[in-house]
Unconditional design. Structure first.
Length: 125
């Protein structure tokens, strides 16, 4: 198991773990205009450098998200899609985050599961 930890602007913690051919990205805090640049700078290079096709973004501990955060998730998904891969969002526990995601046009872009274990099934590796 490889662990990569980063703290972004003290507003968002990013924990990345690569196992079973899947990059698990666990976010903790807010995904918004103030920290999406750091989010992109930490996550996107890892995906591109290793050509990762399967990404699970765990949103269990994300308490707020704005349009910029949603757009950064969509950018991540586009990069993974261009590698012929899949991006899955899991553990949408915050009603605020879930509502904002549902209101955006993200719905047709991602797979969504209740937890990381279910996401493994969606990936079908």
């Amino acid at each position: 198991m490889n662990y990569i930890n980063a703290e972004v602007n003290n507003m968002l913690k990013i924990d990345m773990e690569f196992k079973k051919g899947i990059l698990f990205i666990r976010l903790d805090g807010s995904l918004n205009k103030r920290n999406i640049e750091k989010f992109s700078n930490e996550v996107i290079p890892v995906i591109l450098k290793h050509g990762l096709k399967y990404v699970v973004v765990n949103l269990d501990k994300v308490n707020t998200i704005d349009v910029n955060g949603i757009e950064s998730l969509m950018e991540l998904n586009e990069i993974v899609s261009n590698l012929n891969g899949k991006t899955t969002l899991c553990s949408l526990t915050s009603k605020d985050v879930k509502t904002k995601l549902k209101e955006s046009d993200y719905n047709d872009k991602f797979f969504e599961t209740s937890n990381e274990l279910t996401a493994l099934g969606v990936m079908k590796l």
